[in-house]
Design a protein around this ligand. Structure first.
Ligand code: S6P
Ligand code: ZN
Length: 190
């Protein structure tokens, strides 16, 4: 058995009604310019960057938990509402570097989808609404999409050693895109 890093037990404070981790220690911020090449409409993204002063699209609030075997990373992911062209705001999406590691997402606020795909061509979507937990099995890349008009907030828990492989998704994307058509959110498959 691999040796795990020693840590003293601790609690984490939440305001579940707001979907907030109150005593987070790290905050990762992704702005529109970080999502270049991810959306279908590059011009619409550039317009958003220019006119919206490179707006914040999503944040991840984290506790300082070791990114190593045996630990569980506990984070809150908060994705703003909005669109780039007709495509709803989304996270970059990633495989885990240790791809045989799973993750759970408990939706706390908002509404949207979890898009998932595997390297060998499977794809799957799950609806995200409060009080619904999505189980992302090992080997499935995952991306969240906000189709509502308030932030989509989830509590995520994943193995410490998982890591993030963004490169494969940046190159290949997902086969699903979530767009607005006639006022409703539609999942397009390619
Ligand atoms: C980490 C977990 C989430 C995402 C967050 C942002 O394994 O899946 O905390 O990091 O939702 O998405 P992304 O794809 O930019 O990391
Ligand atoms: Zn993940």
């Amino acid at each position: 058995m691999e040796k795990t890093e020693f840590l003293t037990p601790f609690g984490i404070e939440f305001n579940l009604a707001q979907g907030a981790m109150l005593d987070y220690e790290e905050r990762v911020v992704r702005r529109a310019s970080d999502l270049r090449t991810y959306y279908r409409d590059d011009d619409a993204l550039e317009q958003l960057i220019a006119e919206g002063n490179d707006p914040l699209l999503y944040e991840v609030f984290e506790k300082d938990i070791p990114e190593s075997y045996g630990h569980l990373r506990v984070v809150v992911s908060k994705l703003q509402p909005g669109k780039v062209g007709d495509e709803f705001f989304m996270t970059k999406g990633h495989y885990h570097t240790v791809s045989g590691t799973a993750e759970v997402y408990l939706c706390l606020r908002g509404a949207g989808y979890m898009l998932m795909k595997t390297m060998d061509g499977h794809s799957h979507e799950e609806r995200m609404v409060p009080e619904r937990l999505i189980y992302v099995p090992p080997h499935w890349a995952h991306r969240t999409v906000n189709t509502g008009d308030e932030p989509l907030i989830s509590l995520c828990v994943y193995p410490g050693e998982a890591g993030h492989n963004y490169g494969d998704i940046k190159e290949q994307g997902f086969p699903q895109r979530v767009v607005e058509k006639d006022g409703s959110a539609v999942i397009e498959h390619s």
